[in-house]
Design a protein around this ligand. Structure first.
Ligand code: GLA
Length: 733
């Protein structure tokens, strides 16, 4: 199947598979224009040719004949706009030159079509397992004056509704330039009513869904925190005003990057919308020497005409199977118990062993020893940077605990926070310059800790060495990689003045290099990302670690919002979710064990509480939950996920997991607050086969069409606040 063609006569590139098309034109033999992204077009007949139109105050580029005022870069729809030749909108690329100018003019030079999808040097990206899966178009633009080549890559998969893009800048000139901005992707859409969906948040309240009309002007969703952040996930979607979960058009965009990002949406004077994603130009400057090149992160653009849920499913499958890697990518994940909320720093070997005992009795499969096992770490003011087991707390050391856990037929996991250091640590006393700091200025603390300068190889090497010493001697099956503050006073002691603007990005590159090394070398380990909960829940991290702790907020009711919002982009197989104790430690809310279990098993299931303190009745419930999850986890972790009712819109939340051949499904219904003499609520399912017959909860029989169109009453009534109900739906033949 040919996925990419070039029409020499019309000068048009057409990337297309059975369901989507992406069209790029070359205007005036020079400028790359965006023509179309959407449902597949068999043959393009110039329907989107930009009309020649004279607009006042929109300049015409040099070389246009006298009185020909109908072509301006300010009005046409472009692919990778620069600033300075008449386009007054936000540029995708800005390059400072020795003469002080930042004006560039990238014009079309050549193209190449490659089978498959090349890797990105030093950066995470989606991939193919077989070259037949995708084709990649590389368009080269040149700035002749500067000797710069800008290579834009566009990958289209044969069977996915996504275009993966990145940009590579090569300096073939004789003098260095400074990159001030290089977006990974820019697309201009014609005038239309659009709404913007984004996922803002904060610590313990990540990824809330916001939806608002796009109006004229520029809207920026970005992070200047050094990481992708709790505050602004690198994701946006543009949707038609009537688009809902299952119908209408949705275009989703994410950046495969874990550092400072910028997602920019600009509606221009003619109501055309420019969308851009890339490294945040704020605080960024990269000196590009002669013969050097700079690779942008990858951006993923998804098209759905089956609503927001259709967009999510394309992302889920792509991120799960062609971004995440390693042996756990599609393997069933273990049910874990983590000691953090059970003990915090207050534990010793006996306490840990008693947690392990109770967990083993209940069928839990993995024990994770969280913060506090190393250095001098009895509270969170010391010890980070000294990854040496604390044998005062753990009398037989880590191996003693590991052996104990393994004897119980469970796996053993360990917490690390490799990027951080406390002032009160041997590492900081010996190497204070290893922490990011600006000469002559004070160092801000956050959780009383500093950030190690991971842009420096020797700093990473020191931490890698310490981690290796543990990983090579102790039998470890799982690691939680945490990061509990954001970057301040960003300045590297060993980089020269001209390179300080590179440090934010070099930090991320250094981190990726270390993650690549460790996750490849220790590929038997299940790695889980974390950053004070879900502060680095991004596609970049997912390339190295197939799951992430979704939020430090373990309250079941708050988790409905958090997991629902997270599912807009990220697959269920990536979302850690634990049952914790009540009153909940973040919200002080009391909820029943059943709803806590139902919410947590809608993610990668685990527990984080003192199992030993549970009553026998509670333990019976846990036994049932664990048994249920083991039977159904393949479906719950890897089934198709449909959102049915949004916690952001009402008191009710519902979702359903459906297997590939639609023979099995599990639906969950949640109600936050009791409704006095309330209406009889109905749940309608999605994703089932209309002509199949199903049995629900081993009881009544219904057609798939009935379950989807008529639905079921939530009956018997739910009583009280914070209630949930499960629907196990099996095909009967
Ligand atoms: C972060 C994590 C928690 C826990 C603590 C330990 O907040 O998100 O799950 O590991 O650190 O300090």
């Amino acid at each position: 199947m040919t996925l990419i063609t070039f029409d020499e006569n019309k000068q048009i590139f057409h990337l297309s598979n059975a369901s989507i098309s992406y069209l790029i034109g070359i205007e005036k033999e020079a400028y790359l224009s965006h023509l179309y992204f959407g449902k597949a077009i068999k043959t393009y007949h110039d329907g989107r040719k930009y009309p020649a139109i004279n607009r006042s105050f929109s300049p015409n580029p040099d070389g246009i004949p006298l009185k020909t005022r109908d072509f301006s870069l300010d009005t046409i729809l472009q692919e990778m706009p620069s600033y300075g030749h008449g386009d007054f909108r936000n540029p995708a690329v800005q390059i400072k030159q020795v003469n002080g100018s930042s004006i560039t003019e990238f014009v079309y030079d050549s193209y190449e079509i490659i089978f498959g999808k090349p890797e990105l040097d030093g950066l995470p990206a989606t991939y193919v397992e077989d070259k037949k899966e995708a084709e990649t178009l590389v368009i080269t633009l040149v700035d002749k004056l500067l000797g710069l080549k800008l290579k834009l890559s566009y990958t289209i998969y044969a069977n996915r509704d996504v275009i993966a893009r990145n940009a590579l800048l090569e300096n073939n000139g004789v003098v260095p330039v400074v990159i001030e901005k290089l977006a990974s992707l820019s697309v201009d859409l014609p005038a239309q009513d659009l709404e913007l969906i984004s996922l803002p948040g904060r610590h313990i309240k990540e990824r809330e869904i916001e939806r608002q009309p796009i109006q004229r002007g520029t809207r920026i969703i970005d992070s200047k925190r050094g990481t992708s952040s709790h505050q602004a996930n690198p994701f946006i979607a543009l949707v038609a005003p009537k688009t809902d979960e299952l119908t209408g058009i949705a275009i989703g965009l994410t950046l495969v990057y874990s550092g400072n990002h910028e997602m920019l949406i600009e509606q221009d004077q003619f109501s055309q919308t420019r969308v851009m994603a890339g490294i945040n130009p704020f605080g960024f400057e990269w000196e590009l020497g002669s013969n050097a090149c700079f690779q942008s992160p990858e951006a993923l653009l998804v098209y759905s005409d089956q609503g927001i849920n259709g967009m999510s499913q394309t992302f889920h499958d792509l991120l799960q199977t062609r971004l995440a890697r390693g042996r756990y990518r599609q393997a069933e994940r273990p049910i874990l118990i983590n000691n953090w909320e059970a003990t915090y720093f207050d534990f010793d070997a006996d306490k840990i062993k008693s947690i392990v005992d109770s967990a083993a009795d209940l069928g839990i499969e993995l024990f994770v020893l969280d913060d506090g096992w190393f250095g001098k770490r009895d509270e969170d003011i010391s010890g980070l940077g000294d990854w040496i087991e604390n044998t005062e707390k753990l009398k037989d050391g880590l191996q003693g605990i590991a052996d104990y856990v393994h004897q119980k037929n469970m796996s053993f996991g360990l917490w690390f926070e490799p990027e951080m250091v406390n002032a009160d640590s041997d590492l900081f006393r010996e190497h204070p310059d290893y922490a990011l700091q600006t000469p002559g200025r004070g160092m801000s603390t956050s959780r009383d800790q500093y950030v190690l300068d991971f842009s420096r190889q020797e700093v990473r090497a020191e931490i890698t060495k310490q981690m290796r010493a543990i990983l090579d001697t102790i039998d470890i099956d799982y690691i939680k990689w945490d990061m509990n503050r954001h970057l301040t006073e960003v300045h590297s002691s060993t980089a020269g003045a001209a390179h300080q603007g590179e440090i934010f990005h070099r930090y991320v590159l250094g981190l990726y290099e270390m993650l690549e090394e460790l996750t490849t070398e220790y590929d038997h380990i299940l790695w889980e990302g974390c950053s004070g909960g879900g502060g680095r829940f991004d596609a970049g991290f997912l390339h190295y670690m197939p799951q992430s702790w979704t939020s430090d907020n373990t309250d079941a009711i708050e988790r409905l919002d958090i997991q629902y919002g997270t599912s807009l982009l990220y697959p269920i197989s990536s979302m850690g979710a634990h049952v914790s104790s009540v009153p909940n430690h973040q919200t002080y809310r009391e909820t029943g064990l059943e709803i806590r279990g139902d919410v947590a098993m809608s993610g990668i299931f685990g527990y984080e509480l003192n199992l030993q303190d549970m009553s026998q009745t509670e333990k019976t419930v846990v036994l049932e939950q664990v048994a249920f999850y083991k039977i159904h986890r393949k479906l719950l972790q890897y089934g198709k996920f449909y959102r049915l009712l949004s916690p952001f819109e009402s008191n009710q939340t519902a979702w359903i997991f459906v297997n590939d051949d639609q023979s099995q499904a599990i639906g969950f219904y949640f109600r936050k607050y009791a409704e006095s003499a309330g209406p009889l609520r109905v749940i309608k399912f999605t994703g089932l086969a209309p002509d199949k017959t199903y049995q629900v909860n081993d009881d009544a029989i219904y057609g798939g069409d009935e379950l989807m169109s008529i639905g079921l009453y939530i009956y018997p009534f739910l009583e009280g606040d914070y209630q949930s109900r499960k629907f196990v739906i099996n095909e009967v033949k």
